[in-house]
Design a protein around this ligand. Structure first.
Ligand code: NDP
Length: 238
């Protein structure tokens, strides 16, 4: 059975573009999101055959374990893991509800820890693999109105570097990709015309442009523990 790439958050946006690129390059892809029908719809658009769709909430340990059990039983060896599932609940900290804080931290940070732990069990067994976690430029720079979201993304940086050190000897690489403004559902409500003035390249990025960089991190054998910004130069101007 051919090796597999698992993409959490693969039903929309960046994760979907990653799934499409991986499939176009001949990889088998497992697309995962909370809603099975959304994952199935995304799979239906992928090139080639043998892709699978799974419904799983990354913030729930049991669901993550069951997803990987099902993947191992039916899909064969896991080679790549991409963690693109994420949510934001933007607003000033003074007005933030604890439930929203928990939701953001559990999806973006805990969820990535859970999927990485589950994936490692399979990757360690076959000695090799690559993981790309999706952070954000605000994890490095901070952003008013995004205290909790940027904390979740900053947490991913420490997590990614530490995990890279833990598993390097087993030929497993772990990197973080930090996007700036990318045109997806998550940014649909933003004032693009105003915000692009702060982006040196003068525009929002496309999910496909992030996917290219994810593929680079997955396939480049001598890169681990790194943070790659894909932000049109936004960080330079922040
Ligand atoms: P979208 O909102 O377009 O897509 C989010 C994806 O995550 C969907 O597939 C969604 O599927 C899935 N998802 C959300 N919550 C969960 C969950 N609990 N369990 C499983 N899947 C879940 O977002 P983007 O593509 O824009 O974002 C992808 C990643 O990139 C996120 O981590 C985001 O924080 C990050 N990012 C995005 C930026 C941007 O400008 N767009 C900038 C910087 C970082 P479903 O709803 O079916 O569960």
């Amino acid at each position: 059975m051919s090796e597999l790439a698992v993409v959490f958050g693969g039903s929309r946006g960046i994760g979907r573009a990653v799934s499409q690129l991986l499939a176009a390059r001949g990889h088998r892809v497992a697309v995962v999101s909370r809603h099975l029908e959304a994952a199935q719809a995304a799979v239906a658009t992928l090139a080639g055959g043998e892709h699978v769709a799974l419904g799983c909430d990354v913030s729930r340990e049991q669901e993550v374990q069951e997803a990987f059990q099902s993947i191992q039983k039916t899909c064969g060896n896991l080679r790549y893991l991409v963690n693109a599932a994420g949510v934001n609940r933007d607003g000033l900290l003074l007005r933030a509800a604890q439930g929203d804080m928990v939701s953001v931290l559990h999806t973006n940070l805990l969820g990535t820890m859970l999927t990485c732990r589950a994936a490692l069990r399979s990757m360690l067994h076959k000695q090799g693999g690559a993981i790309v976690n999706i952070g954000s430029v605000v994890g490095q720079k901070g952003h008013a109105g995004q205290c909790v979201y940027s904390a979740s993304k900053a947490g991913l940086e420490g997590f990614t570097r530490s995990l890279a050190r833990e598993v390097a000897s087993r030929r497993i690489r772990v990197n973080l990709l930090a996007p700036g403004y990318i045109r997806t559902d998550m940014t649909a409500g933003l004032k693009e015309a105003e915000l692009v003035r702060g982006v040196p390249l003068g525009r929002f990025g496309e999910p496909e442009e992030v996917a290219q960089a994810v593929l680079f991190l997955l396939e480049t054998p001598y890169v681990t523990g790194q943070v790659l910004l894909v932000d049109g130069g936004l960080q330079l101007a922040m």
